[in-house]
Design a protein around this ligand. Structure first.
Ligand SMILES: [Zn+2]
Ligand SMILES: [Zn+2]
Length: 304
């Protein structure tokens, strides 16, 4: 199931928020849902301009919708609180607390990438998508279209990332580019931002447009998809396997063992057999959506 629906918890939470907005609309007898009101106000704020909505809208929504999660995991790491969260640590006794110097290095590189690498890449993505033509920004897509588009986009992204990531592990590229990201053998949330600028373009940014391009997605769908991608990336690097959220076991294992688990979901690794080592590990057993408050290490203890 995980190799198909790994990112599903993100969309489950989005669906819950959507349901709440529908129920609120019904109870308050409002003409529009909260979601429709937010979109209408966004159109006014961004002057009904597709460029503004795509570039500045994505930067604003991913900052509001994604950075709080990064901040929360960083709070757990530095304060070691609350105590009950500690049992969800994938690799206990690592980065407890994280090295401050290392964090500063990541912050500087992340700020450089966001300003000089990610934004220009997204401008390029915008013009590629514009050439394909965006659906009418005045009409919001329905919930089914958003969820199905995000699900397919995740798999198209995954297929592209598998190829790019495997290439980056080739000795020709590894030392000069991808080694930086692998400095964290047991990652923390901030490590999600720790990428060489070349990797930031070809692995972390450009493949995101695969699904948006093929499916000719609405800009509102692109917002949801980008927030979900940021969620996935933060959670899979967080080092915490928390209940009701995506499992980080798959990518954590890649950082630990290096030459396996190249994709983000897992289907491509299954097809090409690069998940063999993982399938025989206890991490694979632990790689599930936690639907109780028992930690995976309690459910599947280490063999002594
Ligand atoms: Zn790698
Ligand atoms: Zn990583």
């Amino acid at each position: 199931m995980q190799i198909i629906f790994r990112t599903a918890p993100n969309y489950f939470w989005f669906f819950i928020i959507w349901c709440i907005s529908k129920i609120t609309q019904y109870i308050l007898k409002q003409e529009k849902t909260v979601w429709e009101v937010i979109w209408e106000r966004s159109l006014i704020y961004f002057d009904n301009d597709e460029y503004n909505l795509f570039i500045n809208g994505i930067f604003l929504t991913t900052s509001i919708g994604g950075l709080w999660l990064l901040a929360l995991y960083t709070f757990f790491d530095f304060t070691q609180k609350p105590k009950f969260i500690r049992k969800y640590k994938v690799n206990p006794n690592t980065h407890e607390p994280p090295d401050l110097k290392g964090m500063m290095k990541i912050l500087i590189l992340a700020a450089f990438n966001a300003t000089f690498i990610t934004k220009p890449t997204f401008i390029l993505i915008f013009y590629v998508l514009k050439w394909r033509e965006f659906p009418d920004i005045q009409v919001l897509p329905n919930i089914q279209t958003v969820l199905i588009s995000c699900f397919i986009s995740d798999h198209l992204y995954d297929a592209v990332v598998y190829c790019v990531h495997r290439t980056l592990h080739h000795r020709f590229f590894y030392k000069s580019i991808h080694k930086l990201h692998h400095e964290y053998k047991s990652p923390i949330a901030f490590a999600a931002l720790y990428s060489h600028p070349v990797e930031q373009v070809f692995q972390n940014s450009l493949p995101l447009c695969a699904g948006l391009f093929v499916l000719r997605c609405h800009i509102a769908t692109a917002w949801i998809y980008m927030i979900s991608s940021m969620f996935s990336s933060t959670i899979t690097h967080s080092g915490y396997h928390l209940p009701f959220l995506n499992s980080p076991q798959w990518h954590d294992y890649h950082h630990m063992k290096f030459d396996c688990n190249y994709s983000t979901i897992g289907l491509m690794d299954r097809i090409f057999g690069t998940d063999k080592m993982y399938r025989n590990s206890v991490c694979e057993k632990r790689d599930e959506l936690l639907i109780s408050f028992k930690s995976t290490r309690e459910l599947y203890p280490d063999k002594n």
